[in-house]
Design a protein around this ligand. Structure first.
Ligand SMILES: C[S@@+](CC[C@H](N)C(=O)[O-])C[C@H]1O[C@@H](n2cnc3c(N)ncnc32)[C@H](O)[C@@H]1O
Length: 372
């Protein structure tokens, strides 16, 4: 899977345990699906998952990992990816924009991306098969990129992995049905009926379109005009999500919470976001009883790397390297909230014990059974 800011990679087991603790959880809506790691984790447990994201690359990831049924597509996808792997490199838009004008990839890999992407377009594949091929290409490119995991900038010195040969792999798709949507969250929330909505919106000003513009252009293949040193698609200038705006996020969340047609909600949010814990509890209280679990978490990659000047020299460290990820559990029944909170707590404790057997239990998280 691709490197992704805000990805819930390490939280997936806790989310799956939480969802399992709700009284009914056969149908789950993941409204802001990003990499689809969470949605895929839920599909793996046999649930019917509907994954939505407003960006094209993210909805393509959902079409691959949630909508595509491995029983139907795996054999064809394996053959297709073997064919695509043999295509000769031909430099084109991708090489010029992201290897020559900006240096996200070595030109030898850019030229392979160009040739493979053109062939995927030429074949006019069924949507699921096309999504599997595009995800295979996106993930292969991600393994040889030269960034810190966001496409706001590329590294001054090439990352060692950028010299590796681009190699396609068959994505780990799962058997069974599922659904991918490519809608604004409010629209998706009002269209879909499910038992549980998992809601993981952006929490600060950094736009996913800007952070992952290369994937958006690769998937759309609309070869847009670009601007600035990062060579972003021009669309990044005006395409903003309400959830990236300190001024608009409260209203954006209120609209989502009102629109969502699910009995139970599980909301992820970060303690460094535009909405603090008390404000989130107040917003969610309109929907029922609210419980909160906080998990200690490693901060985004930029914080780990430190502060650098324009010449790439390290000139400082950020004030802290860890933050908190909150789970807000919402239901019309207080006992349901209590049991889901308890399930998350025990999942975190089990994980902490497994990774650090000598450390004391309960380290690394706090929780409160708070009901509003
Ligand atoms: C925190 S990330 C989700 C991460 C995901 N749970 C994962 O583990 O990969 C937030 C996602 O919300 C999407 N998003 C932002 N604004 C949106 C909107 N208005 N409607 C739908 N999706 C939106 C972004 O594209 C981004 O992928």
């Amino acid at each position: 899977m691709i490197k992704y800011i805000g990805s819930k990679r390490v939280l997936v087991p806790h989310i799956v345990r939480a969802v399992s603790a709700f009284p009914a959880s056969g149908r789950v809506l993941d409204l802001f699906s990003g990499t689809s790691r969470v949605a895929r984790g839920l599909k793996q447990t046999g649930r019917y998952v509907i994954a939505n994201d407003h960006l094209a690359y993210a909805s393509t990831l959902a079409r691959c990992y949630v909508q595509a049924d491995a029983d139907r597509w795996l054999d064809e996808a394996t053959g297709l990816i073997a064919d695509l792997s043999l295509i000769d490199p031909t430099p084109g838009y991708f090489t010029k924009a992201f290897c020559d004008d900006a240096r996200y990839f070595k030109p030898k890999n850019g030229a392979r991306v160009d040739a493979i992407r053109e062939e995927i377009a030429r074949r006019k594949l069924p949507v699921e098969l096309e999504a599997i091929a595009l995800v295979s290409l996106m993930e292969a490119a991600d393994r040889v990129d030269s960034t810190t995991g966001v496409q706001m900038a590329y590294l001054k010195q090439w990352a060692a992995r950028a010299s590796n040969e681009l190699a396609l792999r068959v994505p780990a798709i799962l058997p069974g049905p599922g659904e991918a949507l490519h809608l604004d969250a409010v629209e998706a929330a009002s269209r879909v009926e499910a038992d549980i909505a998992y809601i993981d919106p952006p929490y600060n000003q950094h736009s996913y379109m800007g952070n992952y513009h290369v994937w958006e252009s690769l998937v759309r293949w609309d070869k847009p005009e670009t601007y600035g040193i990062a060579n972003k698609r021009v669309q990044c200038k005006e395409y903003k999500s309400d959830f990236n705006s300190k001024r608009r996020i409260h209203q954006g969340l209120r609209e989502v919470f009102e629109a969502v047609r699910c009995k139970h909600l599980l909301v992820s949010f970060n303690n460094e976001g535009h909405v603090d814990r008390e404000e989130m509890i107040a917003l969610l209280s309109e929907r029922g009883h609210v419980g909160v679990v906080a998990v200690d978490f490693k901060r985004y990659v930029g914080a780990q790397i430190g502060i650098h000047n324009p010449s790439g020299e390290k000139v400082g460290r950020v004030s802290h390297l860890r933050n908190k990820e909150y789970f807000f559990v919402v239901s019309d029944r207080r006992d349901t909230v209590d049991s889901v909170v308890a399930a998350i707590e025990s999942s975190i404790e089990i994980a902490a014990l497994a990774s650090r057997p000598s450390k004391r239990k309960r380290k690394g998280h706090e929780s409160e059974r708070r009901v509003e």
